[in-house]
Design a protein around this ligand. Structure first.
Ligand SMILES: Nc1ncnc2c1ncn2[C@@H]1O[C@H](COP(=O)(O)OP(=O)(O)OP(=O)(O)O)[C@@H](O)[C@H]1O
Ligand SMILES: [Mg+2]
Length: 210
């Protein structure tokens, strides 16, 4: 199956990048036209915007301005990388996408959520499948904090913030059951990778037989 767009979502440190990479490796063994990309970022222009959003001593953007910046970055990414690859028949795997903005910014302001949704309907490409890697925030946060890098603005908010994030992600999954599949993230990474892969296979078989 061609033109498949798969995203990974979930709270900080739940294992999105690990699983996106494993799925990319598994699919690449079958089909070389598989692209792995990530957000925020994914293109040079989007990375410039990412620096504005994530660096320390940021400019205290309002949450609505943050959404506009994330959406500008996403537009560059979709326009220059994701859509052209899908049009060439690639399977595209993206580590975080629209749901992260809907959750991280949307849970702080209704206007931010509306801005995100309405802009996305205008410029976006909806993923075919989204894997929400779900796990207990304390464990995910310990994993995330064990890695040292400067882009820890969101991780610094601590466990109560991650609990709210998790609840908001789960609510979004409930509202979008056809696209978002909740995966147990507390398992061994190979077990999780097998779960993800079997859902991808199931999706493809369903599409082909319909
Ligand atoms: N199933 C797992 N069991 C144990 N450790 C794991 C598992 N999956 C990932 N890890 C480890 O946990 C850490 C966080 O994983 P990863 O970077 O994939 O999470 P992430 O969701 O991409 O984080 P972030 O939100 O910060 O981008 C890494 O050190 C990774 O090796
Ligand atoms: Mg990651």
């Amino acid at each position: 199956m061609k033109n498949l767009f798969i995203t990974f979502e979930g709270i900080d440190g739940c294992g999105k990048s690990t699983q996106a990479k494993i799925l990319h490796e598994k699919l690449s063994e079958i089909d070389s036209t598989t692209l792995l990309t990530e957000e925020p970022g994914g293109t040079q222009g989007a990375n410039e915007i990412r620096k504005l959003l994530l660096r320390e001593n940021n400019f205290s953007w309002s949450v609505e301005t943050e959404v506009l910046l994330f959406m500008a970055a996403r537009n560059d990414h979709v326009e220059k990388k994701i859509k052209p690859a899908l049009e060439k028949g690639y399977t595209v795997i993206c580590d975080r996408f629209i749901d992260s903005t809907l959750v991280y910014q949307g849970m702080r302001s209704d206007l931010a959520r509306k801005l995100c949704l309405s802009l996305y309907h205008l410029i976006g490409r909806e993923p075919n499948l989204t894997f929400l890697i779900d796990m207990k925030p304390q464990k995910a946060l310990d994993r995330a904090l064990s890695r040292k890098n400067k882009e820890d603005r969101f991780e610094n908010y601590g466990v109560p913030f991650q609990i709210k994030l998790r609840d908001t992600f789960l609510r979004l999954a409930e509202e979008t059951p056809k696209r978002i599949i909740v995966i147990e993230g507390d398992n061994d990474k190979n077990q999780i990778a097998n779960d993800v892969f079997s859902h991808v296979q199931k999706y493809i078989i369903n599409k082909i037989s319909n």
